[in-house]
Design a protein around this ligand. Structure first.
Ligand SMILES: Cc1ncc(COP(=O)(O)O)c(C=O)c1O
Length: 398
């Protein structure tokens, strides 16, 4: 808890809210003892009115922070215009979003499928890969995370998530990270696609070597399998719209979600003309996908990223954060990794006590694996927020 002058801002206390959730929700999540009630820029407030520095953007989604005035005004405007509209009808805001997406899409990935979440964007990619190649097998990476619906789970590596649901629908293999040879060795006649994150997020913030990505691109082309790049977490916050493009490759399919609409649910699957042309009408669909409110959220967010120079800002701020953490030379830190505002601090101990200590000092961060503290701050952070983070981090690690 951070402010001694906190006063309640909700009609129930944090523990009353959490008690109801614990009693009524299927207990799938480890709860963090506070209920978030309000957000303002880079800060979040719990029911008691305590203020927290947001260094996690709700798992990487609230890229513009909270209650961003321009974003809020656009959403309010759209609420009064039209919120729902199936894709069998046209929508001006959807058309404008597609025009904005075209400004940042990897070269040749000119066709979009709009859905409602990261896992859905991956599901679409896997279906499109199967429909295009007539094959199902996936070559993925150890520690890779692609979501938890059944298809996406086939690509996700962690046995903890997979084991209760075996056999999964798509055959897959998970090979050593950053090894193009390991990928090539696993490609066979049944392989539809290689699927990778350019920066592994849930797996502990591991940045792919650009040479590795280029070699994988070349292997996919040579063996005539598709390369699916999952930019659901790395998209927008790592110094460019897409980390894979910044590393010098053009995938066959790119999926993204999270930051693209500042926390409003949306998924985007980008494919090239050839893949698009191979899909029969009705091959996939979604009632909510591409709804006008979600499109407006993504449209305004992408415009703000571009017009406010937030890609470069994220890169600069991220470099500063990493070098300041390295300069601590704290014996408890094993390594600092990342790109832009996707940063992992690998500790020599379990991360949970440090995570809890940061929360007690008013800073919200995330774990990634058991020993990594993950930072996914909003892209509107300024130097003052970096200073606050550093003060809390130094304190908790000392
Ligand atoms: C790289 C990656 N892919 C897929 C997903 C799944 O996205 P969602 O939770 O929106 O279904 C995530 C979520 O953390 C992710 O980080």
């Amino acid at each position: 808890m951070t402010t001694s002058s906190a006063s309640a801002i909700a009609s129930r206390t944090d523990s009353e809210i959490l008690d109801i959730e614990r009693a009524d929700l299927i207990p799938l999540y480890a709860k963090r003892d506070i209920a978030l009630v309000r957000g303002d820029g880079a800060y979040l407030f719990d029911a008691a009115g305590n203020r927290y520095l947001d260094a996690m953007s709700n798992y990487g989604v609230a890229a513009l922070g909270h209650a961003h005035p321009r974003f809020t005004a656009a959403m309010t405007d759209q609420l009064g215009l039209l919120t729902t509209g199936h894709q069998s009808f046209g929508s001006e805001v959807r058309a404008e979003l597609l025009t904005e997406i075209a400004k940042i899409a990897p070269e040749g990935l000119d066709r979009s499928f709009l859905s409602n979440s990261g896992a859905e964007a991956v599901e679409a990619a896997l279906k499109f890969a199967q429909a295009t190649t007539g094959k199902q097998r996936l070559v993925a990476a150890k520690r890779g995370y692609h979501g938890r619906t059944l298809g996406a789970l086939s690509a996700t590596a962690d046995k903890k998530y997979r084991d209760p649901f075996e056999p999964l629908p798509l055959p897959s293999v998970h090979v050593a990270w950053n090894s193009a040879e390991a990928i090539e060795a696993e490609i066979d006649d049944a392989t539809a696609a290689i699927i990778l994150e350019p920066i592994q997020g849930e797996g502990g913030i591991h940045v792919a070597d650009p040479a590795y990505l280029k070699a994988v691109r070349e292997i996919a082309t040579r063996h005539n399998v598709l390369l699916i790049v999952d930019e659901i977490q790395s998209g927008f916050r790592t110094g460019a719209p897409f980390a894979s493009v910044a590393a010098g490759i053009v995938p066959d399919i790119v999926v993204t979600a999270k930051a693209i609409a500042n926390g409003f649910p949306i998924g985007l699957t980008l494919v090239n003309e050839a893949i698009s042309a191979s899909l029969p009408g009705g091959a996939h669909g979604s009632t909510f996908g591409g709804n006008p409110l979600a499109c407006r959220a993504a449209l305004e967010t992408l415009r703000i990223f571009r017009e406010d120079g937030l890609y470069d800002h994220a890169a600069t701020l991220g470099t500063d954060i990493v070098s300041r953490i390295e300069a601590l030379k704290n014996p408890g830190i094993r390594a600092v990794r990342g790109k832009g505002l996707m940063i992992g601090i690998e500790l020599k101990q379990k991360s949970t006590p440090v995570l809890r200590g940061l929360q007690e000092r008013g800073v919200l961060t995330l774990p990634a694996g058991t020993t990594v503290i993950r930072l996914l701050p909003p892209m509107i952070w300024q130097a003052a927020q970096v200073d606050e983070l550093m003060t809390a981090l130094e304190d908790v690690l000392s």
